[in-house]
Design a protein. Sequence first.
Length: 469
Amino acid sequence: MKFAWNIFCVSYLIVLLAVGAGGFALVETTTSSLTESQIERVLASNTYAAKLFFALAEQEAVPQIAKLQNQVAQITEIGQTDRLQIYSDASRYDAASFASQLSASEQGYLLEQTDGQRFLRAVCRVDLAEDTYYVETLSDLSAVYLERDKLIDRYLIGVLLIALVSGAALLGVSFLLARPLRRLSQAANRIAAGDYRKRIPSKTGGLPSEEIRKLSVDFNSMADAVEQNINRLQAELESRERFVAAFTHELKTPMTSMIGYADLLRSYDLDGRERREAADAIYREGKRLERLSMQLLDLLVLSHDAPPLEPVGTPLLFHDLSVSTIFLSKKYGVKIEFLPDNATVLCEPTLLRSLLYNLIDNACKASDYGSKVNVAGVAGDGQYHITVSDTGRGIAKEHLANITEPFYREDRARSRKQGGAGLGLALCKQIAAIHGTVLTFQSEQGKGTTVSFTLQRVDDTAPSGGEAL
Protein backbone atom coordinates (compact mmCIF):
# COMPACT_ATOMS: atom_id res chain seq x y z
CA MET A 1 0.00 0.00 0.00
CA LYS A 2 1.29 3.47 -0.87
CA PHE A 3 2.46 5.83 1.84
CA ALA A 4 -0.37 8.32 1.19
CA TRP A 5 -2.99 5.60 1.57
CA ASN A 6 -1.30 4.35 4.73
CA ILE A 7 -1.45 7.83 6.23
CA PHE A 8 -5.07 8.24 5.17
CA CYS A 9 -6.26 4.86 6.49
CA VAL A 10 -4.50 5.18 9.83
CA SER A 11 -5.56 8.81 10.36
CA TYR A 12 -9.11 8.14 9.20
CA LEU A 13 -9.43 5.14 11.50
CA ILE A 14 -8.15 7.18 14.44
CA VAL A 15 -10.58 10.01 13.68
CA LEU A 16 -13.55 7.66 13.34
CA LEU A 17 -12.68 5.80 16.52
CA ALA A 18 -12.09 9.01 18.44
CA VAL A 19 -15.26 10.72 17.20
CA GLY A 20 -17.37 7.57 17.48
CA ALA A 21 -16.21 6.51 20.92
CA GLY A 22 -16.20 10.06 22.20
CA GLY A 23 -19.67 10.77 20.85
CA PHE A 24 -21.25 7.63 22.24
CA ALA A 25 -19.52 8.24 25.56
CA LEU A 26 -21.00 11.76 25.55
CA VAL A 27 -24.49 10.46 24.74
CA GLU A 28 -24.26 7.82 27.43
CA THR A 29 -22.96 10.36 29.93
CA THR A 30 -25.82 12.74 29.10
CA THR A 31 -28.39 9.95 29.37
CA SER A 32 -26.90 8.76 32.63
CA SER A 33 -26.95 12.29 34.00
CA LEU A 34 -30.60 12.75 33.04
CA THR A 35 -31.48 9.37 34.53
CA GLU A 36 -29.72 10.17 37.79
CA SER A 37 -31.51 13.52 37.93
CA GLN A 38 -34.83 11.74 37.46
CA ILE A 39 -33.94 9.18 40.12
CA GLU A 40 -33.02 11.92 42.58
CA ARG A 41 -36.27 13.76 41.81
CA VAL A 42 -38.38 10.64 42.24
CA LEU A 43 -36.61 9.61 45.45
CA ALA A 44 -37.02 13.11 46.87
CA SER A 45 -40.70 13.13 45.92
CA ASN A 46 -41.19 9.66 47.42
CA THR A 47 -39.47 10.71 50.66
CA TYR A 48 -41.62 13.81 50.90
CA ALA A 49 -44.75 11.74 50.23
CA ALA A 50 -43.80 9.23 52.94
CA LYS A 51 -43.24 11.98 55.52
CA LEU A 52 -46.49 13.68 54.55
CA PHE A 53 -48.36 10.37 54.80
CA PHE A 54 -46.85 9.77 58.25
CA ALA A 55 -47.92 13.22 59.45
CA LEU A 56 -51.47 12.88 58.14
CA ALA A 57 -51.94 9.31 59.35
CA GLU A 58 -50.96 10.20 62.93
CA GLN A 59 -53.90 12.62 63.10
CA GLU A 60 -56.43 9.84 62.47
CA ALA A 61 -57.32 7.04 64.82
CA VAL A 62 -57.85 4.66 61.96
CA PRO A 63 -55.99 5.79 58.82
CA GLN A 64 -58.02 5.59 55.65
CA ILE A 65 -55.45 4.64 53.02
CA ALA A 66 -57.39 5.71 49.93
CA LYS A 67 -58.19 9.15 51.32
CA LEU A 68 -54.68 9.73 52.59
CA GLN A 69 -53.25 8.61 49.25
CA ASN A 70 -55.35 11.20 47.40
CA GLN A 71 -54.38 13.92 49.87
CA VAL A 72 -50.69 13.14 49.58
CA ALA A 73 -50.93 13.00 45.78
CA GLN A 74 -52.64 16.39 45.66
CA ILE A 75 -50.22 18.02 48.07
CA THR A 76 -47.08 16.60 46.42
CA GLU A 77 -48.47 17.32 42.95
CA ILE A 78 -47.41 13.99 41.53
CA GLY A 79 -47.14 14.44 37.72
CA GLN A 80 -48.74 12.44 34.95
CA THR A 81 -45.60 10.35 34.53
CA ASP A 82 -45.60 9.42 38.25
CA ARG A 83 -48.10 7.28 40.17
CA LEU A 84 -48.43 7.22 43.95
CA GLN A 85 -49.59 4.07 45.77
CA ILE A 86 -49.76 3.33 49.50
CA TYR A 87 -50.00 -0.26 50.67
CA SER A 88 -50.48 -1.68 54.12
CA ASP A 89 -50.11 -5.24 52.97
CA ALA A 90 -46.51 -6.35 52.47
CA SER A 91 -47.67 -9.55 50.83
CA ARG A 92 -47.84 -7.78 47.48
CA TYR A 93 -44.04 -7.83 47.55
CA ASP A 94 -42.48 -11.26 47.39
CA ALA A 95 -39.74 -12.28 49.72
CA ALA A 96 -37.05 -11.57 47.10
CA SER A 97 -38.32 -8.06 46.44
CA PHE A 98 -36.21 -5.15 47.62
CA ALA A 99 -39.29 -3.60 49.28
CA SER A 100 -39.85 -6.58 51.57
CA GLN A 101 -36.26 -6.21 52.80
CA LEU A 102 -36.70 -2.58 53.89
CA SER A 103 -36.43 -1.67 57.56
CA ALA A 104 -38.36 1.10 59.32
CA SER A 105 -38.18 4.49 57.52
CA GLU A 106 -35.84 2.99 54.92
CA GLN A 107 -36.13 3.78 51.22
CA GLY A 108 -35.20 1.79 48.13
CA TYR A 109 -35.70 1.85 44.37
CA LEU A 110 -35.56 -0.36 41.34
CA LEU A 111 -35.35 0.28 37.57
CA GLU A 112 -37.77 -1.91 35.64
CA GLN A 113 -38.61 -2.49 32.02
CA THR A 114 -42.05 -3.61 30.91
CA ASP A 115 -43.33 -3.85 27.32
CA GLY A 116 -40.45 -1.73 26.06
CA GLN A 117 -41.03 0.98 28.64
CA ARG A 118 -38.70 1.85 31.50
CA PHE A 119 -39.98 2.64 35.00
CA LEU A 120 -38.48 3.67 38.29
CA ARG A 121 -40.10 2.12 41.34
CA ALA A 122 -39.27 3.92 44.60
CA VAL A 123 -40.60 2.53 47.91
CA CYS A 124 -40.34 4.01 51.40
CA ARG A 125 -41.40 2.03 54.51
CA VAL A 126 -43.53 3.92 57.13
CA ASP A 127 -44.30 2.38 60.56
CA LEU A 128 -47.37 3.67 62.46
CA ALA A 129 -47.83 2.09 65.89
CA GLU A 130 -48.06 -1.58 65.12
CA ASP A 131 -48.93 -1.15 61.44
CA THR A 132 -46.49 -1.00 58.50
CA TYR A 133 -47.16 0.93 55.33
CA TYR A 134 -45.33 1.20 52.04
CA VAL A 135 -45.38 4.47 50.12
CA GLU A 136 -44.58 3.64 46.50
CA THR A 137 -43.85 6.06 43.63
CA LEU A 138 -43.79 4.64 40.12
CA SER A 139 -42.23 7.01 37.54
CA ASP A 140 -42.10 6.52 33.77
CA LEU A 141 -38.56 7.12 32.45
CA SER A 142 -39.33 6.23 28.85
CA ALA A 143 -39.03 9.86 27.77
CA VAL A 144 -35.42 9.97 28.96
CA TYR A 145 -34.44 6.90 26.95
CA LEU A 146 -36.46 8.08 23.98
CA GLU A 147 -34.46 11.30 24.03
CA ARG A 148 -31.34 9.18 24.28
CA ASP A 149 -32.30 7.28 21.14
CA LYS A 150 -32.95 10.55 19.31
CA LEU A 151 -29.54 11.84 20.37
CA ILE A 152 -27.92 8.67 19.07
CA ASP A 153 -29.71 8.99 15.72
CA ARG A 154 -28.68 12.61 15.39
CA TYR A 155 -25.16 11.77 16.38
CA LEU A 156 -24.92 8.98 13.80
CA ILE A 157 -25.93 11.43 11.10
CA GLY A 158 -23.37 13.91 12.42
CA VAL A 159 -20.67 11.25 12.50
CA LEU A 160 -21.48 10.29 8.92
CA LEU A 161 -21.15 13.90 7.77
CA ILE A 162 -17.93 14.35 9.77
CA ALA A 163 -16.57 11.11 8.31
CA LEU A 164 -17.23 12.29 4.75
CA VAL A 165 -15.76 15.76 5.27
CA SER A 166 -12.78 14.61 7.35
CA GLY A 167 -12.14 11.72 4.97
CA ALA A 168 -11.88 14.06 1.99
CA ALA A 169 -9.66 16.45 3.95
CA LEU A 170 -7.41 13.67 5.26
CA LEU A 171 -7.08 12.15 1.79
CA GLY A 172 -5.96 15.48 0.38
CA VAL A 173 -3.53 16.07 3.24
CA SER A 174 -2.14 12.52 2.88
CA PHE A 175 -1.37 12.96 -0.81
CA LEU A 176 0.07 16.41 -0.08
CA LEU A 177 2.36 14.92 2.58
CA ALA A 178 3.42 12.13 0.24
CA ARG A 179 4.11 14.45 -2.69
CA PRO A 180 7.71 15.28 -1.62
CA LEU A 181 8.39 11.58 -1.12
CA ARG A 182 7.08 10.83 -4.61
CA ARG A 183 9.41 13.47 -5.99
CA LEU A 184 12.30 11.95 -4.05
CA SER A 185 11.39 8.52 -5.44
CA GLN A 186 11.26 9.88 -9.00
CA ALA A 187 14.61 11.59 -8.52
CA ALA A 188 16.13 8.38 -7.13
CA ASN A 189 14.85 6.45 -10.16
CA ARG A 190 16.33 9.02 -12.53
CA ILE A 191 19.68 8.84 -10.74
CA ALA A 192 19.53 5.04 -10.88
CA ALA A 193 18.88 5.36 -14.64
CA GLY A 194 22.05 7.45 -15.05
CA ASP A 195 20.87 11.04 -14.66
CA TYR A 196 23.32 11.96 -11.89
CA ARG A 197 22.59 15.69 -12.17
CA LYS A 198 19.03 15.35 -10.88
CA ARG A 199 18.44 17.30 -7.66
CA ILE A 200 15.47 18.06 -5.39
CA PRO A 201 14.59 21.72 -4.72
CA SER A 202 14.59 22.79 -1.07
CA LYS A 203 10.89 23.67 -1.34
CA THR A 204 9.46 20.27 -2.19
CA GLY A 205 5.95 21.44 -3.06
CA GLY A 206 4.19 19.70 -0.15
CA LEU A 207 3.24 20.81 3.33
CA PRO A 208 6.05 22.78 5.05
CA SER A 209 8.10 20.29 7.04
CA GLU A 210 11.59 20.63 8.47
CA GLU A 211 12.07 16.85 8.25
CA ILE A 212 11.14 16.74 4.55
CA ARG A 213 13.34 19.76 3.81
CA LYS A 214 16.28 18.15 5.62
CA LEU A 215 15.62 14.88 3.80
CA SER A 216 15.74 16.77 0.49
CA VAL A 217 19.02 18.45 1.46
CA ASP A 218 20.50 15.10 2.55
CA PHE A 219 19.26 13.50 -0.69
CA ASN A 220 20.96 16.22 -2.72
CA SER A 221 24.16 15.72 -0.72
CA MET A 222 24.00 12.01 -1.44
CA ALA A 223 23.36 12.72 -5.13
CA ASP A 224 26.37 15.07 -5.19
CA ALA A 225 28.55 12.37 -3.63
CA VAL A 226 27.25 9.77 -6.11
CA GLU A 227 27.88 12.11 -9.06
CA GLN A 228 31.39 12.89 -7.83
CA ASN A 229 32.17 9.19 -7.33
CA ILE A 230 30.76 8.30 -10.74
CA ASN A 231 32.75 11.09 -12.38
CA ARG A 232 35.85 9.97 -10.52
CA LEU A 233 35.30 6.35 -11.58
CA GLN A 234 34.71 7.43 -15.18
CA ALA A 235 37.86 9.54 -15.08
CA GLU A 236 39.82 6.61 -13.64
CA LEU A 237 38.37 4.29 -16.27
CA GLU A 238 39.30 6.71 -19.06
CA SER A 239 42.75 7.09 -17.52
CA ARG A 240 43.18 3.31 -17.38
CA GLU A 241 42.05 3.00 -20.99
CA ARG A 242 44.53 5.68 -22.04
CA PHE A 243 47.20 3.95 -19.95
CA VAL A 244 46.56 0.58 -21.61
CA ALA A 245 46.48 2.15 -25.08
CA ALA A 246 49.68 4.10 -24.45
CA PHE A 247 51.39 1.12 -22.84
CA THR A 248 50.48 -1.08 -25.80
CA HIS A 249 51.81 1.53 -28.18
CA GLU A 250 55.03 1.93 -26.19
CA LEU A 251 55.59 -1.83 -26.33
CA LYS A 252 54.67 -2.13 -30.00
CA THR A 253 57.29 0.26 -31.35
CA PRO A 254 60.45 -1.30 -29.83
CA MET A 255 59.10 -4.81 -30.27
CA THR A 256 58.44 -4.18 -33.97
CA SER A 257 61.93 -2.76 -34.37
CA MET A 258 63.55 -5.68 -32.52
CA ILE A 259 61.59 -8.27 -34.51
CA GLY A 260 62.48 -6.53 -37.78
CA TYR A 261 66.20 -6.42 -37.04
CA ALA A 262 66.16 -9.97 -35.70
CA ASP A 263 64.44 -11.16 -38.89
CA LEU A 264 67.03 -9.25 -40.90
CA LEU A 265 69.86 -11.03 -39.05
CA ARG A 266 68.38 -14.50 -39.54
CA SER A 267 67.20 -14.05 -43.12
CA TYR A 268 70.14 -12.32 -44.83
CA ASP A 269 73.90 -12.80 -44.98
CA LEU A 270 75.05 -9.40 -43.71
CA ASP A 271 78.55 -8.04 -43.49
CA GLY A 272 80.14 -7.18 -40.16
CA ARG A 273 79.09 -3.51 -40.15
CA GLU A 274 75.45 -4.29 -40.95
CA ARG A 275 75.33 -7.01 -38.30
CA ARG A 276 76.69 -4.60 -35.67
CA GLU A 277 74.13 -1.94 -36.63
CA ALA A 278 71.28 -4.46 -36.34
CA ALA A 279 72.60 -5.76 -33.02
CA ASP A 280 72.99 -2.20 -31.71
CA ALA A 281 69.41 -1.43 -32.69
CA ILE A 282 68.14 -4.54 -30.94
CA TYR A 283 70.23 -3.63 -27.85
CA ARG A 284 68.90 -0.05 -27.75
CA GLU A 285 65.30 -1.14 -28.06
CA GLY A 286 65.86 -3.83 -25.42
CA LYS A 287 67.30 -1.27 -22.99
CA ARG A 288 64.33 0.95 -23.72
CA LEU A 289 61.97 -1.88 -22.81
CA GLU A 290 64.00 -2.47 -19.66
CA ARG A 291 63.68 1.19 -18.61
CA LEU A 292 59.97 1.09 -19.35
CA SER A 293 59.45 -2.03 -17.21
CA MET A 294 61.50 -0.58 -14.34
CA GLN A 295 59.53 2.68 -14.39
CA LEU A 296 56.24 0.78 -14.41
CA LEU A 297 57.47 -1.29 -11.48
CA ASP A 298 58.41 1.88 -9.59
CA LEU A 299 54.92 3.31 -10.19
CA LEU A 300 53.32 0.09 -8.94
CA VAL A 301 55.49 -0.08 -5.81
CA LEU A 302 55.04 3.60 -4.91
CA SER A 303 51.26 3.36 -5.29
CA HIS A 304 51.11 0.58 -2.67
CA ASP A 305 54.02 1.16 -0.27
CA ALA A 306 54.84 4.53 1.27
CA PRO A 307 58.41 4.47 2.68
CA PRO A 308 59.10 6.27 5.99
CA LEU A 309 60.38 9.84 5.87
CA GLU A 310 63.50 10.96 7.74
CA PRO A 311 65.32 14.25 8.43
CA VAL A 312 67.90 15.05 5.74
CA GLY A 313 70.16 18.08 5.45
CA THR A 314 69.76 20.05 2.23
CA PRO A 315 73.53 20.68 1.79
CA LEU A 316 74.20 16.96 1.45
CA LEU A 317 71.09 16.44 -0.67
CA PHE A 318 71.97 19.13 -3.21
CA HIS A 319 75.66 18.16 -3.25
CA ASP A 320 74.78 14.58 -4.24
CA LEU A 321 72.34 15.93 -6.82
CA SER A 322 74.95 18.23 -8.35
CA VAL A 323 77.35 15.30 -8.75
CA SER A 324 74.72 13.00 -10.33
CA THR A 325 73.61 15.64 -12.86
CA ILE A 326 77.05 16.42 -14.29
CA PHE A 327 76.32 13.92 -17.06
CA LEU A 328 73.08 15.74 -17.95
CA SER A 329 74.92 19.06 -18.20
CA LYS A 330 77.48 17.59 -20.61
CA LYS A 331 74.90 15.61 -22.60
CA TYR A 332 72.58 18.53 -23.34
CA GLY A 333 75.13 21.36 -23.17
CA VAL A 334 73.16 23.08 -20.41
CA LYS A 335 74.53 24.72 -17.28
CA ILE A 336 72.80 23.51 -14.09
CA GLU A 337 73.03 25.94 -11.17
CA PHE A 338 72.03 24.99 -7.60
CA LEU A 339 71.04 27.74 -5.13
CA PRO A 340 69.87 25.99 -1.93
CA ASP A 341 69.31 27.43 1.56
CA ASN A 342 70.75 25.29 4.32
CA ALA A 343 68.01 23.52 6.29
CA THR A 344 66.81 20.08 7.38
CA VAL A 345 63.79 18.63 5.61
CA LEU A 346 61.62 15.57 6.16
CA CYS A 347 61.94 13.26 3.14
CA GLU A 348 62.95 9.91 1.74
CA PRO A 349 66.35 10.89 0.28
CA THR A 350 66.56 8.33 -2.54
CA LEU A 351 63.07 9.12 -3.84
CA LEU A 352 63.58 12.88 -3.48
CA ARG A 353 66.82 12.69 -5.50
CA SER A 354 64.94 10.71 -8.15
CA LEU A 355 62.20 13.35 -8.22
CA LEU A 356 64.65 16.23 -8.62
CA TYR A 357 66.76 14.31 -11.15
CA ASN A 358 63.70 13.72 -13.36
CA LEU A 359 62.66 17.36 -13.13
CA ILE A 360 66.19 18.53 -14.02
CA ASP A 361 66.38 16.00 -16.86
CA ASN A 362 63.10 17.30 -18.30
CA ALA A 363 64.31 20.90 -17.94
CA CYS A 364 67.55 20.06 -19.78
CA LYS A 365 65.66 18.33 -22.60
CA ALA A 366 63.44 21.38 -23.04
CA SER A 367 66.37 23.86 -23.00
CA ASP A 368 68.49 25.08 -25.89
CA TYR A 369 72.21 24.37 -26.05
CA GLY A 370 74.14 26.80 -23.89
CA SER A 371 71.17 27.86 -21.73
CA LYS A 372 70.84 27.47 -17.96
CA VAL A 373 68.65 25.45 -15.57
CA ASN A 374 68.21 26.79 -12.04
CA VAL A 375 67.49 24.58 -9.02
CA ALA A 376 66.67 26.65 -5.92
CA GLY A 377 65.76 25.81 -2.34
CA VAL A 378 64.26 28.52 -0.13
CA ALA A 379 63.71 27.89 3.60
CA GLY A 380 60.61 29.46 5.10
CA ASP A 381 58.64 29.22 8.33
CA GLY A 382 58.33 25.45 8.84
CA GLN A 383 58.60 24.76 5.08
CA TYR A 384 61.22 24.36 2.38
CA HIS A 385 60.29 25.51 -1.11
CA ILE A 386 62.11 23.88 -4.05
CA THR A 387 61.90 25.11 -7.67
CA VAL A 388 63.37 23.81 -10.93
CA SER A 389 63.19 26.38 -13.73
CA ASP A 390 64.41 26.64 -17.30
CA THR A 391 64.17 29.11 -20.17
CA GLY A 392 63.35 26.49 -22.79
CA ARG A 393 60.46 26.00 -25.19
CA GLY A 394 57.74 25.85 -22.46
CA ILE A 395 54.49 23.88 -22.34
CA ALA A 396 51.18 24.82 -23.96
CA LYS A 397 48.37 25.60 -21.52
CA GLU A 398 46.15 22.85 -22.88
CA HIS A 399 48.82 20.28 -21.97
CA LEU A 400 49.60 21.42 -18.41
CA ALA A 401 46.69 19.53 -16.80
CA ASN A 402 47.76 16.18 -18.33
CA ILE A 403 51.55 16.16 -18.25
CA THR A 404 51.71 14.04 -15.06
CA GLU A 405 49.60 11.23 -16.57
CA PRO A 406 51.46 8.04 -17.47
CA PHE A 407 52.70 7.94 -21.13
CA TYR A 408 51.50 11.48 -21.79
CA ARG A 409 53.92 13.49 -23.95
CA GLU A 410 53.41 16.95 -25.40
CA ASP A 411 55.70 16.33 -28.36
CA ARG A 412 55.66 12.59 -28.98
CA ALA A 413 58.23 12.61 -31.79
CA ARG A 414 60.74 14.68 -29.80
CA SER A 415 60.21 12.68 -26.59
CA ARG A 416 60.64 9.37 -28.39
CA LYS A 417 63.79 10.63 -30.08
CA GLN A 418 65.19 11.60 -26.67
CA GLY A 419 64.32 8.16 -25.27
CA GLY A 420 61.40 9.14 -23.06
CA ALA A 421 58.28 7.06 -22.46
CA GLY A 422 56.18 9.64 -20.65
CA LEU A 423 56.50 8.04 -17.21
CA GLY A 424 58.97 10.46 -15.60
CA LEU A 425 56.47 13.08 -14.40
CA ALA A 426 54.00 10.36 -13.38
CA LEU A 427 56.71 9.02 -11.04
CA CYS A 428 57.46 12.55 -9.83
CA LYS A 429 53.81 13.12 -9.02
CA GLN A 430 53.69 9.86 -7.02
CA ILE A 431 56.89 10.72 -5.12
CA ALA A 432 55.56 14.19 -4.31
CA ALA A 433 52.35 12.66 -2.94
CA ILE A 434 54.44 10.41 -0.65
CA HIS A 435 56.06 13.57 0.74
CA GLY A 436 52.67 15.18 1.33
CA THR A 437 53.05 17.76 -1.41
CA VAL A 438 52.05 18.41 -5.04
CA LEU A 439 53.91 19.57 -8.10
CA THR A 440 53.01 23.05 -9.35
CA PHE A 441 53.75 23.91 -13.00
CA GLN A 442 54.09 27.43 -14.39
CA SER A 443 54.94 27.59 -18.06
CA GLU A 444 54.71 29.81 -21.10
CA GLN A 445 55.60 28.70 -24.59
CA GLY A 446 58.90 30.10 -25.76
CA LYS A 447 59.81 31.40 -22.29
CA GLY A 448 60.36 28.28 -20.18
CA THR A 449 58.87 26.28 -17.35
CA THR A 450 59.05 26.38 -13.55
CA VAL A 451 58.16 23.35 -11.42
CA SER A 452 57.86 23.82 -7.66
CA PHE A 453 56.90 21.87 -4.56
CA THR A 454 57.16 22.28 -0.79
CA LEU A 455 58.71 20.00 1.86
CA GLN A 456 58.30 20.10 5.62
CA ARG A 457 61.19 21.48 7.67
CA VAL A 458 62.14 19.74 10.91
CA ASP A 459 64.87 22.09 12.20
CA ASP A 460 64.05 25.02 14.49
CA THR A 461 67.12 27.14 13.62
CA ALA A 462 66.97 30.11 11.30
CA PRO A 463 67.82 29.18 7.68
CA SER A 464 71.19 30.16 6.35
CA GLY A 465 71.82 31.08 2.75
CA GLY A 466 73.72 28.50 0.75
CA GLU A 467 76.37 28.97 -1.91
CA ALA A 468 75.86 28.14 -5.56
CA LEU A 469 77.00 24.60 -6.38
